[in-house]
Design a protein around this ligand. Structure first.
Ligand code: KG4
Ligand code: ZN
Length: 373
């Protein structure tokens, strides 16, 4: 089965082809250069960039793969959560291609696709699995009874881990998105475990709250303004951490520790509680590219004797390969949408409303509670 995947939920425009769940080719245009100027994603600019880049990306995908819409068996599209205007560009494109070529359409929950990127191409994953989803907008612990059967055990009540990274970076005058800078600059440095709080651990639940950490970093930098990067570096400037002041690098190491260790405590709590029966551990989303978090996950998995599944770093961030492979799995299970498929903006629940869903035991949603606004 050949699946075309389309991803436009935030600031990456991406199209990809996958055959039977294995990647064939992806064409991706990041808008980071456009949004960095503003220190965050500007939704209106994001929609316009998706519209501008979609046509050329699709033409390049088909030209370079030697395939055409006639070869495609199903069109998969990220339907949310995300920026409404951006999602609509992807949905309109997917519907037009599906209708024009007479192919079935399947809408994909962006968060579900992130998680499935961790097991991409793996047929031997033991379930149930405990999944950690850490992206720019979401932090969730999910129990996967199978690849299409998810239950959210805990999630962030305010800022996501990615937002905490990005806001810490902003306090330090590092560019947006700042997670990768904090990651690289903090590498190889002994972290001060007491510099920042590991937030929201003094409870018994599996939820997260990273807004206190964001404030703690902002307050620390306000009290020590000399820590701020004097000149906002270019992306290339972060590749040589040794060129940065040690005091700034120590702050980065402490942020990496505070976030990684907070995630660790809640993962261990899940493994001792509702995910006690987990037979594997997986993690996904942009923040899953973080070196300290990957090391922490390997350590937890090792101690609990669980196989660990992580996407390659390139598939942690937003991409269309994850949409296409998730689309393959959904279509193979007989799950599709019709042309009334609508976008689900961030903050709203993504329904499990596939045609054919009556016959599956799929979840009501990746998360059954209302999202924080
Ligand atoms: O999954 P993603 O690409 O987009 C969303 O769906 O939100 O995640 C983007 C987030 C940003 O907050 C970015 O700073 C963070 O992932 N990120 C990282 C790293 N690479 C990307 N955070 C920490 N360490 C990294 N290496
Ligand atoms: Zn994402």
């Amino acid at each position: 089965m050949l699946c075309l995947g389309i991803e436009t939920s935030c600031d990456e425009t991406a199209v990809a082809l996958c055959r039977d769940g294995r990647p064939v080719l992806e064409k991706l245009a990041s808008q980071t250069d456009v949004h960095t100027l503003f220190g965050g994603v500007v939704p209106e600019l994001a929609s316009r960039e998706h519209l501008r880049r979609m046509g050329p990306l699709l033409r390049a995908l088909f030209a370079q793969s030697g395939l055409s819409m006639a070869d495609v068996d199903v069109v998969a599209v990220a339907r949310g959560p995300g920026l409404l205007g951006s999602l609509l560009i992807g949905l309109a494109t997917a519907k037009a291609l599906a209708l024009g070529a007479g192919k079935p359409l399947v809408g994909v929950n962006h968060l579900h696709a992130h998680l499935l990127a961790a097991v991409l191409g793996r047929d031997n994953v033991p379930y149930p699995a405990l999944g950690l989803l850490v992206s720019g907008g979401h932090t969730q612990l999910v129990r996967l009874a199978g690849p299409l059967d998810l239950a959210v055990l805990g999630r962030t009540l305010d800022d996501a881990a990615g937002e905490a990274f990005d806001k810490a970076a902003k306090s330090l005058n590092l560019p947006y998105p700042g997670g990768v800078y904090i990651d690289v600059l903090g590498r190889g440095i002994e972290a001060d475990h007491n510099l920042f709080p590991r937030p929201y651990l003094d409870n018994r639940n599996l939820d997260f709250s990273f807004s206190g950490l964001k404030t703690a970093v902002a307050n620390h930098v306000a009290a020590h303004p000399e820590l701020r990067a004097p000149v906002m570096p270019t992306q290339a400037g972060a590749t040589d951490p040794t060129s940065w002041p040690m005091a700034l690098r120590r702050v980065c190491a402490a942020v990496n520790f505070a976030i990684a260790d907070t995630l660790r405590v809640k993962i261990e709590r899940a493994l001792a509680g509702p995910a006690k029966d987990a037979a594997s551990l997986l993690a996904a989303g942009g923040v899953a590219a973080n070196g300290r978090i990957r090391d922490m996950l390997a350590d937890v998995a090792g101690r609990h004797r669980l196989p660990l599944f992580l996407p390659p770093k390139a598939l942690c961030a937003d991409n269309a390969t994850m949409i296409a492979t998730a689309g393959c799995r959904l279509a193979a299970a007989g799950l599709f949408h019709d042309l009334s498929l609508d976008a689900v903006p961030r903050g709203r629940k993504v329904p499990w409303d596939y045609r054919g869903a009556e016959s599956t035991s799929g979840p009501a949603s990746v998360d059954s509670r209302p999202e924080p606004q």
